[in-house]
Design a protein around this ligand. Structure first.
Ligand code: FMN
Length: 220
């Protein structure tokens, strides 16, 4: 880690840093991150749930989401194994009212323990994939594994196609081009460190600029 040529900035050479340092800097600065509460099933049908905040959506044609799973030698992640074995999973989105239950499901329980039972969470069957969705979550995305890439020996990138979704009635209307009441959902995001989260209640708006209006405004 060296001083940057640019005053007021500290420079980091990620190619010369430990994996832990890289992780800490990235995970503390690329924030807030949405949380995928992933439900998957093992070969025996045991249902597993765990949160993953290396998560986002990456397009609509086809509808794509991705997850970053970091299995450790002493802690191989059930979610990774289940998705690779079964080829499907459900991403439930995390709101403030389910945040504590979500947190409980990241407990380091043995593979034969269902975190959903532990957290007392009700599930409902999906339409197109095997694992169920979490009823308490207002949005559930049914996903099929499209690609997986080992980006490092302990780093798996899962790319999924969203094949169906469930939106709770109170946050969506019946229109042909449905409007979602995003503010009412009360999503939370993951911040720095192991236990820091953000609410999505402090919002502001900005109009997207148009070149023609920008140019016209500059003329006078
Ligand atoms: C909010 C939150 C976000 C997390 N995000 C990730 C992540 O993106 N990648 C990861 O490998 N682990 C992540 N974890 C840790 C896993 O949830 C944890 O290791 C869990 O026990 C894995 O469960 P599984 O073995 O059932 O998949 C996160 C934990 C929390 C609480």
């Amino acid at each position: 880690m060296a001083e940057d040529g640019a005053p007021g900035f500290r420079h980091f050479d990620f190619t010369a840093m430990s994996a832990d340092e890289c992780y800490r800097l990235l995970a503390s600065s690329v924030v807030p991150r949405p949380i995928a509460w992933v439900v998957s099933r093992d070969k025996d049908g045991l249902v597993n749930a765990a949160p993953y905040s290396f998560f986002n959506c990456f397009g609509g044609d086809p509808p794509v989401i991705a997850l970053g799973i970091l299995p450790q030698p002493d802690r191989p992640k059930d979610t990774a194994r289940n998705i690779l074995d079964s080829g499907d999973f459900v991403v439930n989105l995390v709101t403030e009212d389910v945040a504590e239950a979500m947190n409980l499901t990241c407990i380091d329980a043995p593979a034969d323990v269902s975190e959903l039972d532990l957290a007392g969470l009700e599930t409902a069957p999906c339409e197109k994939v095997g694992p169920p969705r979490i009823v308490a979550s207002p949005v559930a995305l049914e996903c099929r594994l499209a690609h997986h890439i080992w980006t490092g020996p302990k780093q798996l990138l899962i790319v999924g196609h969203v094949v169906a979704a469930h939106y709770r009635r109170d946050i969506i209307d019946d229109g042909d081009r449905p409007r979602i009441d995003t503010a009412a959902m009360g999503m939370v995001g993951r911040m720095h460190g192991r236990g820091s989260y953000a609410r999505t209640t402090d919002l502001f708006e900005m109009e997207r600029p148009r070149w023609s209006e920008y140019k016209a405004a500059r003329k006078d």
